[in-house]
Ligand binder design. Structure first.
Ligand code: SAM
Length: 207
């Protein structure tokens, strides 16, 4: 049985995280609905308010069961959405939703090899699990189009601990910081997160 406490404190290494999300996959959508998970809708709203572009090809890293993919599809019905995640069972669920053109099991810190370059690369609700930001940024940079956008969310408690702004600044020669949101509610009906742990949304653009 999964321990939701570890959502706050961290699940552990890659294998533990994979198992955690595999075990949770069938109940994940239901649980997140109960907690009123807000990151997907708020990220789309933020993106639409900040840009007026219509992405043709989108890569949704750590796509999980497709909750953000579903919002992308609503916002950009003509786009081709690709997804990757380490949890095979979550990917099975997202594939059943028929949102994604292609899905693959892959760690977002490993280089993804696509023939196309993406107009938008997203990482929603998952930055918590990043162990090596340089590797993630190399992957994003390699797969994003010139003038393409990267859209991330990150928990504010971790943002502060990691000095995430300096990490973003370190990479701004290739990915310019376009906008960072104010703190936003993340899981308002989860007792450990509620008003205590909020997120920021970040939009970057490739030079
Ligand atoms: C909280 S869920 C978010 C899923 C989805 N983006 C959403 O908004 O519902 C976190 C996801 O990150 C995935 N994940 C964790 N570490 C990862 C890694 N290193 N590479 C790829 N996916 C990872 C998990 O398997 C899980 O599906």
């Amino acid at each position: 049985m999964y321990n939701f406490k570890s959502l706050v404190s961290g699940v552990g290494n890659l294998n533990k995280t994979k198992k955690y999300y595999d075990d949770w996959s069938e109940k994940y959508d239901e649980t997140l609905k109960l907690w009123n998970y807000q990151a997907p809708k708020k990220s789309i709203k933020f993106l639409k308010e900040t840009t007026n572009f219509k992405p043709k090809n989108i890569l949704d890293l750590a796509c999980g069961t497709g909750l953000f993919g579903a919002e992308l599809k609503k916002a950009y019905p003509k786009s081709h959405i690709y997804g990757s995640d380490i949890s095979k069972k979550s990917l099975k669920i997202s594939s059943e939703k028929k949102i994604y053109k292609k899905l693959q099991i892959k760690n977002f810190e490993q280089l993804h090899n696509y023939k196309i370059k993406f107009d938008l690369i997203s990482l929603i609700g998952s930055m918590t699990y990043c162990k090596n930001f340089d590797k993630l940024f190399v992957n994003v940079n390699k797969n994003i189009k010139q003038k393409g956008f990267a859209l991330f969310t990150h928990r504010i408690d971790l943002w502060q601990q990691q000095d995430f702004l300096s990490i973003l600044k370190k990479h701004r020669k290739s990915l310019k910081i376009i906008k960072i949101s104010r703190p936003l509610k993340y899981l308002p009906l989860n007792k450990d997160f509620k008003n205590k742990i909020k997120i920021k949304i970040v939009l970057l653009q490739k030079y």
